[in-house]
Structure formats: C-alpha cells, structure tokens
Design a protein around this ligand. Structure first.
Ligand code: SF4
Ligand code: SF4
Ligand code: FES
Length: 357
C-alpha cells in the first residue's frame, strides 16, 4: 500500500539587506529568525519558539528603512528589498529605555544570562527613574479599579512589588517579577493548554495577570499543567520546590544535572528534562524542540515525580520484594541499592521504598 507524503509548496528566496550586507532567506521567515540564522541574536522577552508572537515587550525592535516606527523583529516577516538596521542609535536607545522602564518597576533579578548580557550591553540603569516605591500590600494591586488614574508618588519609581502568592503545593506566583509579557496567558490558552484560566486584567500600570473573575487560583479553571511556568521569562511563575529552596538559600544550579527522559505516565511520549540537585528532582521542564509537545506538559509529567524522590532522611533504595513464582533474584535498576541487599532474597524483583538509613 502506498502512502501519500504531503509536500509543502516550495518557498521562494527573498533578498534583503541587514546592516548593509545582502542576504537571502526563505519567504515567510521572520526578521528574528533571519538574524539568528546569521548569528546576530536579538533580545527578546515576549517571544518564544513555541508560542504565537504577541509583540508586547518591544525589546527586539529593529529599524527598517521607510518605516515610520521601529518594527518588532520577532514577528515581522522579511520582505523583498527590506533594508534593516539592528544596531543603530535609535534601536539601541529604544531597547535601553524599554529595559530601564521594566527594571525600574519589576524585579528582573532572575532573567536568563542572555537577557542580562543585552541589558549590560545597552548600559541599562534600573535606578534611572529614582528609588523604588514601597511594595503594595497583599491583594492591593488585584483590587485596583480598572481605568482609575492614580496620581504618581513623587520622588519614587512606581513598582509592581507585592508579596508572593503561595496558595497551592505545586507552583508559586511572584508578580513582583511579572513584566506582562503574555506568555503564560498564551500557554494557558490557544497556544497549548486551551484552559484559559488566566488573562490580563486592568489597564495601564494596574494591568496584571488575573484568573477569570479574579477568583483564587485554587477555585479557578487551572489544571496545574505548569505550562505557564515553562514559558515565564522572569521567574514570576516558579515551581514551589524551587521557591522553597531559594527561600532557604539552598538553590544551587551549579550542583544540578539535567537528564532527558520520556514521561512514564501515558503513551504520548512527552520528553521530560529532570533537574536534579543533591539526588532530588527539583523541577521538570520539557525541550522546546520536541516534535510532539514542543515544551508543554500536563500535570503528571510536570509535577508527578514525588513518588520517586528519596526520603529526606535517607537515600532512595531498592528493596527486593518476593515475586510469586519468580525464578531467581533480579538486579535492582538503581545503583543506590546497597550491595549487601542485592541478591539476598532468592526470588525478588526491584521495588522502590523510602530509605530509612
Ligand atoms: S498551570 Fe496550566 S492551567 Fe493553570 S494557569 Fe498555568 S497554564 Fe493555565
Ligand atoms: S507571569 Fe511570567 S509569563 Fe506571565 S505575563 Fe508575567 S512575566 Fe510573562
Ligand atoms: S520579543 Fe519581539 S516584541 Fe517582545
């Protein structure tokens, strides 16, 4: 039996100019993709390969000859004859200002090294607009009246600082770090989960991520897939395990290993990246380039690993268990089993048990 192989129509090459150099890319390629393919990375905050571009952060802007405004490289497709400048004074000035507005009002201390590098390159001064205003009380920003104008507090920079929301066992929400990039909203909605538990509420500086109807997260439609955590660029959404280790000063990425494996729960075949510190899984992510799930998971893959954690009081051990009718002893799959315990029982199969030693 023969199978039809769908073939996409050929895409013609488009010629354009970047910083004075001619180049060609396939039709439909975005400026960001074209620039990255040339080895010219651009800063991005609201863009991610597995999400639809929303163009809200504007740190990726470039100058296009003939265009009245700077254009977002993350979403603008290359057009024939375009003349693009990626590092003009206007581009640098705009990117610096956007980063400074964000840094003055949001805690950016957990952005990735790449973003920090761009902030250093543009000489971003987070104190440019003065010292930061005092944090809001818990719930204060959530109660802001939409559209109501607040007179600015003189001498200080307004901030979104507020207490961390810890209301469930799986993840925390620290909206002091939220830049309103919309990524979590996209991941919860049309781009991945289709749950639509969260959206942007309010206007202007009061705009914030909120549940539908502003109900507590635990009463919302959230299914705890954690896809919002997976895309958040600032650490505003964080595994509770990571949050607690950070609170105790014990979060140590330099002691962590990342192991790629397949989620054991169902037949979809999602890939997991298990982040392990001191022999405990501290979080699970998923690779963006995986062709089935493209970085997204469900609650089981994202959070369902507590049952393989070693007990706090001792290492994970394999305890030989009798198997009715089994022939001979089976070797444990994990190396943690003490040699003296292996093969002690003549009819055995490996089974996980919390260590007590
Ligand atoms: S955990 Fe999943 S369902 Fe809940 S808010 Fe995040 S993306 Fe939406
Ligand atoms: S919580 Fe994170 S992903 Fe969501 S809008 Fe804020 S910064 Fe973006
Ligand atoms: S990354 Fe392009 S607008 Fe945010």
């Amino acid at each position: 039996m023969t199978h039809a192989v769908p073939v996409a129509p050929p895409r013609r090459l488009v010629e354009f100019e970047v910083d004075g150099e001619k180049c060609k890319v396939r039709e439909g390629t975005t400026l960001l993709e074209a620039l990255r393919a040339r080895g010219q990375d651009q800063p991005t905050l609201c863009h991610l390969e597995n999400l639809t571009p929303v163009n809200v952060c504007r740190v990726c802007v470039v100058e296009v000859e003939g265009s009245r405004t700077l254009v977002p490289s993350c979403s603008r497709p290359v057009e024939p004859g375009m003349k693009v400048k990626t590092d003009s004074p206007r581009v640098r000035h705009s990117r610096k200002l956007v980063f400074e507005l964000l840094a003055s009002s949001v805690d950016l201390s957990l952005v990735d090294a790449r973003t920090r590098g761009f902030m250093e390159r543009y000489g971003v001064d987070g104190e440019r607009f003065g010292p930061r205003a005092a944090p809001a009380a818990a719930g204060e920003r959530d109660a802001a009246t939409p559209g109501h104008h607040h007179a600015p507090e003189p001498g200080v920079a307004a901030t979104v600082a507020q207490p961390v929301k810890v209301d469930n066992d799986l993840y925390v929400r620290d909206y002091s770090r939220c830049i309103l990039c919309y990524k979590c909203v996209e991941a919860c909605g049309e781009d991945a989960q289709h749950t639509f538990a969260i959206a942007v509420a309010g206007r202007g500086f009061d705009a914030r991520i909120s549940t539908e109807g502003d109900v507590p997260l635990t009463d919302s439609a959230c299914v705890y897939c954690g896809n919002c955590i997976g895309v958040c660029p600032t650490g505003a959404l964080m595994f509770r395990s990571e949050h607690e280790l950070r609170q105790r000063g014990e979060w140590a990425p330099e002691r962590q290993t990342v192991t790629r494996t397949v989620c054991p729960y169902c037949g979809v075949g999602c890939n997991l990246e298990l982040h392990v510190q001191d022999r405990r899984i501290v979080k699970a992510t998923s690779p963006l380039d995986h062709d089935v799930t493209r970085g997204h998971l469900c609650i089981k893959g994202r959070f369902g690993w507590e049952h393989v954690q070693p007990a706090a009081s001792g290492p994970l051990q394999l305890q030989p268990q009798p198997v009715p009718g089994g022939a001979g002893a089976e070797e444990g799959a994990l190396s943690d089993v003490a040699p003296a315990e292996r093969g002690d029982a003549p009819k055995a199969s490996p089974r996980l048990q919390r260590g007590s030693s």
